[in-house]
Write a protein that binds this ligand. Sequence first.
Ligand code: FE2
Length: 403
Amino acid sequence: MNVIKIAYARTFQFFLRIASKIVRFPIPTVKERLEDIPTLLKDEGLKCPILIVSNTVSKGKRYESLIKMLDANQIKYFSYIGVASDPTFKTIEVLAGFYKAHECDSIIAIGGGSVIDAAKAMGILVSNKYKNLARFKGVLKVKKRLPFFIAVPTTAGSGSEASVAAVVTNQETKDKFAISDGKLVPNVAILDDSLLKGLPSELVATTGMDAFTHAMESYMNHAGNKKSKEYAKKSLSLIKNHLFEFYSDRENDIARHNMLYASFYAGISFARSYVGYVHALAHAIGGVYHKPHGYLIAILLPYVLEAYGCKAYNALSEASIEMGIGSDKVSKEENASSLISWIRELNQKMGIPDSLEQMIHEKDYLPLAEHASIEANPLYPVPKEFDKNELALILKRANSKKF
Ligand SMILES: [Fe+2]
């Protein structure tokens, strides 16, 4: 990237860092049992939540028992079941219509990142004047607070229950983008790890690598402060120690519990210091090729880290030592390289391919790179700035390991 563009990006990120110090980034109150919901609503004087629930959760016994508890506490509720992955404007507008038609007063989202993100975006529409989600694209565009919001993650990956972001897709333009604002942080996160028992191993692998990447990108970014780095480090170590255990045995209570917290901590961290090019590229590819977010993230991560080269050695070396992979007796470059190798090995052990396996058509390299560049530049305070041509080259490498 040319010098003028780099200078502009760094100046923009400097002012954003100052704004981040002024703007409040709340951390949700944490509870650990789904059964806490009726009391939480009563304490707030709320009587009519919308329940936005994934298909899988709606068929489970825990959901059934929640419904019984809401009935027993005479809390009227309206359920919307089955938000698909990559929530679209259309889905979110339907949700907002449903919320208003039933005069709901609060939001409960139970599901993976897509369900919680859809609920956040619906919250924007029901609280704010503009009804076109494209108006909120980017940072700090949401004027009014969302209704009282309880997020119950059922995967250990998105960190959406703690983050300032909602990722949505415009189905007309295929534009998949993030809306980021402190007002999107839920009031309460219920980290009930028993809800994660039935997860398929592939989902544990890809969502776990998504959480890892949130922590890693946040840790490497210039905007990181002491607090965001502490949360990122906690998350990275928990993932190092527990992701493969959880992948191998979903009945392992300790691994499940720790992975749920790792995802939550990563969400708090990237709410303060953002993500980077791994996410920008994955959003661009996901909008066109409709592959799961965590799957793309896991494959792209080592390629992007390698492309940062010496600009990332410091951060990668620190992270590598923190995780017990590297050592202070070898060079930063060696530690960085050991960490990247560890990521590749973990992906391989969990059945994640080491390239995009020619999924991307050659004609799409530049348009996807341009999309990623628009998302990341100048917003993400990454270790090294890339322009669209450099991003296209990373895509080309990731598309085929033979390149
Ligand atoms: Fe992510």
